[in-house]
Design a protein. Structure first.
Ligand code: NAG
Ligand code: NAG
Length: 370
């Protein structure tokens, strides 16, 4: 706690030092931080962030905005809870290796950054448990030709190398799946799905398909599963350090944003709605994972929410991602992956991003979404 208070960024799980609760928790005012009284500092952040928010409205992703964003503090993990954080796969985490970033959440889940874990320990632990790890990916429409080959080839080089892996490719054209040589103990299954007409429906049908697969063969033959988007590729080691009961990915575009600016669904009629003061982080639907049982629960929640919205004739702001964020608010993930695990090069250079594991492909919606 001492460290947190000293920096005026207090409790992790926050996206900045400007939330009301923090002020209240720490007695509201009088704590001099960076030479400013807390209340004054809060106002300053409000102004800066409001300006950022307005700028964001005018030019989402503007380089200048991205540059300023790097100065929003992330918060740090309180020193007294650091020793309490143990991980089933990595053992003790080396929080001290990354003092500049948030390495735990307020509910005691680790946030995995490069250098905070020993990949060899995780590797041995996963072997000892004799795990089979599933990787699901949807390759429908033009996404198949454009991304699947590179996705699979790079996954063979970097995803859970040395473990038993089963890929599940969901596609409407199984015959078009490219041949990629599989390493020892790794196999590929192709499952046929019906092609939805609109890409919004594709993203929604995904949750239903996953739920059914987890209740079937995928669920029987794997212990942990990662569900990934296909329009990205691996560029670095993505191993068992990422495994846990319920794993969420911090969204590369939003991990420094204050909570009230995050693009949650705000329409109260939607099942995905999060109200002011709700939400911990903004999670990316391009990467989520966990045990089979946890993912069954996650997909069931999202399917139900999506159905309810459809019956009301509404669609959440970011479709299945909005529902995923609602789920993670209600059921806290047991591990968070830093944005290093799924990075977007368009954001530009950031000191805290050491070794990206997955990189998004530049978005070419016009080409792939019709
Ligand atoms: C490890 O798991 C595989 C597949 O689930 C199984 O065939 C094998 O017998 C297991 N090995 C041990 C030592 O339990
Ligand atoms: C750690 O392992 C235990 C026993 O296998 C399990 O019950 C628990 O859920 C695991 N914790 C996480 C965070 O995955």
């Amino acid at each position: 706690m001492a460290l947190g208070a000293e920096w005026g960024v207090s409790w992790p799980g926050s996206h900045g030092g400007c939330k009301e609760q923090e002020g209240q928790r720490q007695g509201g005012q009088g704590t001099p931080t960076w030479g400013l009284p807390r209340a004054r500092k809060k106002l300053l952040w409000r102004l800066i962030l409001s300006a950022l928010g307005l700028l964001g409205l005018y030019g989402y992703g503007h380089p200048m905005l991205r540059y300023l964003e790097a100065f929003i503090p992330m918060g740090i993990c309180p020193t007294d809870i650091m020793p309490l954080l143990r991980d089933n796969f990595t053992g003790d985490l080396r929080h001290w290796a990354r003092p500049e970033v948030l390495t735990c959440t307020s509910w005691g889940a680790p946030i995995i950054w490069d250098d905070t874990f020993d990949p060899d320990v995780a590797q041995q632990e996963a072997r000892r448990q004799n795990l089979t790890i599933g990787l699901t990916v949807f390759a429908v429409g033009r996404y198949l030709e454009k991304y699947l080959k590179q996705f699979l080839e790079t996954a063979e080089q970097h995803f859970m190398v040395g473990q038993r892996v089963v890929y599940y490719i969901f596609t409407e054209r199984p015959e078009a799946v490219p041949h990629v040589a599989m390493g020892v103990g790794r196999q590929l299954r192709v499952e046929r799905v019906v092609r939805e007409r609109r890409w919004q429906d594709v993203s929604m049908a995904r949750m239903r398909t996953l739920h059914e697969a987890l209740g079937g063969r995928l669920g029987r033959e794997t212990d942990y599963v990662f569900c990934l988007d296909v329009d990205q590729h691996f560029v670095g080691h993505f191993g068992p350090e990422a495994l846990s009961d319920l794993v969420a990915q911090l969204h590369a575009w939003h991990y420094r944003w204050p909570r009230w600016l995050l693009p949650y669904e705000r329409n109260a009629r939607s099942a995905a709605a999060l109200f002011s003061g709700e939400g911990d982080f903004y999670y990316h639907a391009a990467v989520f994972g966990g045990s089979v049982a946890a993912l069954r629960q996650l997909t069931a929640h999202c399917v139900l929410g999506l159905q309810q919205d459809q019956e009301r004739g509404i669609e959440a702001l970011w479709h299945d991602e909005s529902h995923l964020n609602k789920f993670f608010w209600l059921h806290k993930p047991t591990k968070l992956l830093s944005p290093e695990f799924c990075w977007a090069q368009e954001i530009g250079w950031r000191t805290e991003i050491h070794h990206p594991r997955l990189l998004w492909a530049p978005k070419e919606y016009a080409l792939v979404r019709d």
